[in-house]
Design a protein around this ligand. Structure first.
Ligand code: SF4
Length: 463
């Protein structure tokens, strides 16, 4: 008998019709203002209705201003926000718009509402839907025509992805976070190690992560080329979910947990690809280049492209260093920064803000450094304010913003100026991602906070 991976178990439970590409049932469809307008327009043109409006939830995140709520950054953004509101109203879809208590980054609000659950299939017109895999769900980004298909049928035609195992052995050393782990795995495996796969993160170091940490790790699975990542659910998952507004309650909760406990890869399941990574060797990391795989420890130096034996890699590194204005051999600790951004669906949850605030308490950002903290959702913002974290950030000289994607993607008015260097807790450091000519270095929230204080790359242990 073929032993099954977790991916296969969940997939098999959702196949409506088998084929070269299966038709699979979708349990939750998340929507935001940027990728959904054309899909709704297509639906309207075809004269079709939304099949299961109750299984769709929408929010505004990519385009929204984070300093004042009234003015979207431009006419295009204003239109997208209005069109989302109109489409949700016309189709009876739950919307958490700007100004409402449920608003936030789409990948932050699903888990916090208890909508993201083990064993489910979740899609969204956004590649970082992978975040939801932290709960043991198959969650991945889809394109516009697929959004329309899911709206119309609550199903999706998709090829079963190959399962890949990334086993993280050992323990993360003190001060090393899930973000450092994600960057470390990317540096070891490369940005194409998981191409087309669904990565199951496993092993003791993954089991030891909080749900926030698992979300950060799965969020960055797509940076390895994977369709998504996931972690088998366990007591950490159940504790996080229990009591959340949309989580099952009473007897239904007990039944759900009993079912969720069966969701794991069989001991002798065969994975298409495997990678083993030792957590014990990790240190806080920072990217030096223009893809998330190009990182070194904060106490490391900018690598020399000439050391690369692969001509393609060498050319990519040379181009990255030219864009980033860095020279081989420079100590990362000597690289000064202009902006620090703490936010994005990678690192804007309450645990991330607590980690940053712990570093900033009683300290100030260095002269000339601009710092922004953008909570991932209104709920995260509210929790942080209850704990007084907003006052810690303000006292340290950070701007305390309203929730949204903000400086993760330069389409909402929050950008890094050309030539400026930003330590960012987001997931992508591509050329121009934070604005034309902006130079992005990916780090953890703790490293971002320490860097803001030092004015150059630093870890909390350096302060
Ligand atoms: S925070 Fe960044 S990566 Fe996440 S959904 Fe928004 S734009 Fe995408």
């Amino acid at each position: 008998m073929t032993r099954k991976t977790l991916v296969d178990k969940i997939w098999d439970l959702h196949v409506v019709e088998s084929g070269a590409a299966d038709l699979i049932y979708i349990d939750l469809h998340l929507l935001h203002e940027v990728s959904s307008p054309q899909a709704f327009a297509g639906l309207r043109e075809a004269g079709r209705a939304v099949r299961r409006p109750a299984l769709a939830v929408a929010t505004s995140d990519h385009d929204v201003p984070t300093d004042g709520r009234e003015l979207p950054p431009d006419a295009g953004a204003a239109k997208q926000l209005q069109v989302l509101a109109d489409n949700c109203r016309d189709n009876d879809i739950e919307l958490h718009p700007v100004g409402s208590p449920g608003q936030g980054i789409v990948h932050v609000i699903g888990p916090q509402m208890g909508l993201t659950r083990p064993g489910t299939t979740i899609v969204c017109g956004d590649s970082h839907t992978a975040t939801h895999g932290a709960f043991g769900a198959i969650a991945f980004g889809i394109g516009t025509s697929e959004i329309e298909h899911v709206l119309a049928t609550q199903t999706l035609r998709a090829r079963r992805p190959e399962s890949m195992a990334v086993t993280v052995t050992g323990e993360l050393p003190p001060g090393v976070t899930a973000k450092d782990l994600a960057l470390g795995i990317l540096a070891a495996g490369g940005t194409d190690a998981g191409t087309g796969t669904l990565i199951e993160f496993r092993g003791p170091a993954v089991r030891a992560l909080s749900m926030e940490g698992r979300m950060t790790l799965c969020n960055m699975a797509v940076e390895m080329g994977a369709r998504s990542g996931l972690v088998a659910p366990d007591d950490t998952t159940f504790t996080y979910l229990k009591g959340r507004p949309r989580a099952p309650r009473g007897e239904l909760w007990e039944q759900a947990v009993a079912e969720w406990r069966t969701l794991c890869s069989d001991p002798d399941a065969v994975f298409g690809r495997e990678l083993v990574f030792d957590a014990g060797s990790l240190a806080p990391r920072v990217t030096w280049g223009t893809n998330p795989g190009q990182s070194v420890p904060v106490d490391g130096v900018v690598p020399d492209p000439a050391d690369s034996t692969d001509p393609g890699e060498r050319a990519a590194a040379e181009r990255a260093l030219a864009y980033m204005d860095l020279r081989p051999g420079t100590k990362m600790r000597d690289v000064g920064i202009d902006v620090v951004f703490i936010g994005s669906c990678t690192n804007s949850r309450i645990e991330d803000l607590r980690a940053a605030a712990d570093v900033l308490r009683g300290r100030r950002v260095a002269d000339g450094v601009r710092g922004l903290v953008v909570p991932g959702s209104m709920l995260v913002r509210q929790l942080a304010e209850q704990e007084g974290l907003d006052r810690v950030f303000a006292a340290a000289g950070f701007e305390w913003r309203m929730p949204g994607c903000s400086m993760c993607v330069g389409i909402n008015g929050d950008t890094v100026a050309p030539g400026q260097r930003c330590a960012s807790t987001s997931n992508r450091n591509f050329e121009g991602r934070q604005g034309a000519g902006a130079r992005t270095h990916l780090v953890s929230p703790a490293t971002a906070a320490a860097t803001a204080v030092a004015g150059r790359f630093a870890t909390p242990a350096d302060l």
